[in-house]
Design a binder for this molecule. Sequence first.
Ligand code: GLU
Length: 485
Amino acid sequence: MTVRVRFAPSPTGELHVGGARTALFNWLFARKHGGVFIIRFEDTDIERNRPELIEPILESLRWLGLLWDEGPYFQSQRFALYREWAERLLRENKAYRCYCTPEELEAKRKAALAAKLKPKYDGRCRSLTAQEEQEFLRSGRQPALRIKIPQSGTITVEDAIRGKVEFDFSELDDFIILRSDGRPTYNFAVVVDDITMGITHVIRADEHLNNTPKQILIYQAFGQPVPVFAHVPMVLAKDRSKLSKRHGATAVFEFRDRGVLPEALVNYLARLGWAHGDQEIFSREELIANFSLDAVHPSAAIFDEEKLFWLNQHYLKTGDPKRLGELVRSFLVKLNIVSDAEAQAVPSEKLTQMVVLFRERAKTLSELAEPARYLLTDHFTYDPEAVQKFLTPDKIALLQGLAEALAVVEPFTASELERATRAYLESQGRALKEIAQACRVALTGRTTGAGLFETMELMGKDRVIARLRRAKDLDFFLSSERSHP
Ligand code: GLU
């Protein structure tokens, strides 16, 4: 048997981290078993079949590297199929036409609630005579189709994650499979799709567990084998409520735009409810090799952004600097550091060097790109406190001399710069540590950063000399209206 799984989002315009994790578990399961991973959009609500609601989801999956083998399929293009399958149940007397109007059903629902009973369809149309049906049709009513379900007994869902979950038929009613306007209901379309697409394992969000007994009844009505169900527990926020926008970023693209790497998000999502010993860091190959549904924890998982950023830092520290440099390039534009054309013109070695120099202290690509403001442009601000504290008259005088000493350094490399700086300071009877901070503030506007001489090399001679000379003009640094050196 070939494993066939599907990820079946409704088109919402974005992929939420919960959905991304469901997609990932399906993808890992398919890859592990040499199976097929299918994408299907559940868009029976025609209004939702719009590219701007679909494309971001596909793009998020591509970005995460969760490429599909089949699809995307669209339920909105399969209405004829659902009708055909529903009519088959009608012919076999496993479904019937229901002529009740929404108003009638609503009145019954209200009456049940008032009597503190669970609202259920009362089976009024289950055994209409041909004549009664004719009358309804003559009065212009359009029937919906309802499935006939057993009147008593239980149904057991054998869930690969949750174990056995039992449902009593008394909790269910003859539910609608095809609406009077011809559209299928969610449960019916899902089962017809899962049967016709040959789905062997249904791995989906926990919230669908309650739909599963209904879906099993539909499989049974068609005499079809039931797939393995695996309901993945919810993703909660730290306060244990359902993760939502009010907790901050929830969409895959929001993390991408904050500078999270896809491999970090994949690693993080995999560990969200799944474990393999106490290992935290997994390559994609390790995830595929070790993934199994029985190691998915049945209780809810808590989304912990800090852990995601910790993993991201790991991948920034260990990733290929050249590739990371190219990713930083796009952040130069996103962060408004340079224009698109300017970003394209930055030599790739420069970006690679920046990555190597700054990645120890960056948690995101944004943080990694940020030093480019003072390395590649003159549009950065000076921290006024640092200026006041370190750019004292004595230090400024030393920086003037240093500027002249460095102006003749060739090649302008970290080691040559260090040698020249030390020689100059020695001639003045001073030590490097006395001016290191002043020098850094004059060059970068702040007190923290990477190695001073490496920073100088990357900044380039013109900027270094101009900024050191400029240090005598303290007002310049402190004014917000400054024109640039
Ligand atoms: N369309 C459903 C959702 O987005 C998924 C249903 C399923 O996987 O069976 O939650």
